[in-house]
Design a protein around this ligand. Structure first.
Ligand code: GLY
Length: 344
């Protein structure tokens, strides 16, 4: 087992990566806890033993359940269970579970401890690490809403990445995890695929821990973790989530390379490398799904009208590596979509 420390002063915590690491869960719980509320979903392939009186709360599957209604339901359950501010919430599942469990913990009694037991590759290398928690705001009658708009930064007290849970992961979930890993490849240049599974996941955790510890609340460097994500979020929405997050990130990384090339930030060789790494090494689909309206994608990437007039913001590769680039024109964003389609 590999232990990775997330260094955040008196809120530092350990991430335990390895087969069977869930057996160490009890050691991550705060000593004050007298009860554990396990938040999970049907079909999660891991049982945990917190060593404390435990009640299991099962939340629904799918983005519609990532909602304030679920937080209310959990809070009522916590109240019935007698959860005090000294007790602990344990999120057992993928990114949706840990986001929701984390936010429920952040709000219960203004904040109780949470420990995550991550059961998916995306969760282990990204979602469970770094303290971003939250739920979606569904679109109102005015059409306004969005993913993860309601939430809090609430660091866990520990994270368990038990690789046993990856054995039963559907191929699609594996692809999603690989999309996030490909992102880390471009952020660091690490040859993650040359490592064994435990080392590879631990290295991804270490990269994320390093970024988070230097910019917990995303006022700068943490935004680099969004490499490939600007188009990815737009694709997820426009395909009604038929393109899953990591699959969309893979396409988004290729788009970011075309855009950086169009802006003169990188040469064609580097664009080709993006195809080789994402499509070749990580075996992910790099094509922009057919039939999507480019204007709508640009609108979603711009997020608001001001961005469309003042320029869009992307995380882009360049001579100094991957960095945040503001003021990108709609024309440049559009041309990169065209270049991607032409390269198909
Ligand atoms: N998933 C990106 C972040 O945690 O900042």
């Amino acid at each position: 087992m590999i232990t990775v420390r997330v260094p955040l002063g008196d809120r530092s915590y350990d991430v335990l990566v390895g087969h069977g690491s869930r057996s160490e869960l009890a050691g991550l719980l705060p000593s004050t806890a007298r009860r554990a509320a396990v938040v999970t979903q049907e079909g999660i392939p891991i049982d945990v033993d917190p060593g404390l009186p435990t009640e299991v709360f099962t939340i629904g599957q799918g983005e519609t359940h990532k909602s304030l209604a679920t937080i209310e339901e959990l809070s009522r359950g916590f109240a019935r269970f007698g959860m005090t501010r000294n007790d602990v919430v344990i999120g057992v599942g993928g990114g949706m579970v840990t986001d929701v469990a984390g936010f429920a913990a952040a709000s219960w009694h203004r904040g109780v401890a949470v420990v995550h037991v991550s059961t998916t590759l995306v969760g282990m290398v990204d979602a469970a690490i770094g303290g971003k928690t939250g739920v979606n705001l569904p679109a109102g009658t005015d059409g306004i809403g969005g993913k993860n708009l309601i939430g809090a930064y609430w660091q866990p007290s520990g994270v368990v990445c038990d690789l046993d849970s990856l054995a039963t992961l559907p191929p699609r979930e594996v692809r999603c995890g690989r999309g996030e890993m490909a992102k880390y490849h471009f952020l660091t240049g690490d040859d993650l695929l040359a490592m064994d599974e435990t080392e590879r996941i631990a290295r991804c955790v270490e990269i994320k821990a390093d970024v988070v510890s230097s910019d917990e609340r995303e006022s700068g460097r943490r935004a680099l973790l969004n490499y490939g994500h600007t188009l990815a979020h737009a694709l997820e929405i426009e395909t009604d989530y038929s393109l899953a997050h990591g699959e969309a990130v893979a396409v988004g990384l290729i788009y970011a390379a075309h855009l950086a090339h169009n802006l003169g930030r990188i040469g064609q060789r580097r664009v080709d490398q993006h195809y080789e790494i994402v499509g070749g090494s990580y075996e992910l689909d790099t094509t922009l799904p057919a039939g999507l309206d480019p204007q709508r994608l640009i609108e979603l990437m711009g997020r608001d009208k001001k961005a469309l007039s003042d320029g869009l913001t992307f995380v882009l590769d360049g001579p100094a590596g991957v960095e945040v680039v503001t003021g990108v024109s709609v024309d440049a964003a559009n041309d990169a979509l065209g270049a991607m389609t032409a390269a198909r």
